[in-house]
Ligand binder design. Sequence first.
Ligand code: CO
Length: 209
Amino acid sequence: MRALKDLLEKNKQWATKLKASDPDFFSNLALQQNPGYLWIGCSDSRVPANQIVNLPPGEVFVHRNIANLVIHSDLNCLSVIQYAVEVLQIKHIIVCGHYGCSGIKASLDNREHGLIDNWLRHIKDIYRYHEAKINDMKTEKEKLDLLCELNVIEQVANICHTTIVQSAWKAGQELAVHGWIYGIDDGILKDLDVCITNINEISQTHRIK
Ligand code: CO
């Protein structure tokens, strides 16, 4: 119970294999990290950031939570964004949602789930903004799929509304915020084409001059 021997063994095999193909891999990584991407994704075990874009350690700075939310008062997520943008000078932030998200589903089932209901309320709000459009969908699956997509789009906007991102743009830093969604049933990522790269692409109300 105490020692997860299997995992430690798998780790040893993995590190040995990587080192065999590139003897300096870990010693080079130990000196610095220079990731090109910040990934904000769902905690769902089926959506592992590095694996699904086939990138090795060192390439992706990652923040994951239930239903890939970026909440204005979440110091954890905001700190990750600040570090990624200001210190690591990352040029691409990717919000990656996924179809079949249990968080999205739970937000609409009208049941009590305990503490997490406070977190899921943010998703209920998104549903409320787009209620008519979502209810136009014929099946439950189509409704949930659409809400999964709209949630990603909302989080892309939330990132762009932060002072962190707007300050970076103001300083002339190149920074694009992307919205993607992942199919857990086929392993394929879809670009939702909602990429935002400057202050003129966000709503007037949220622009900080
Ligand atoms: Co999920």
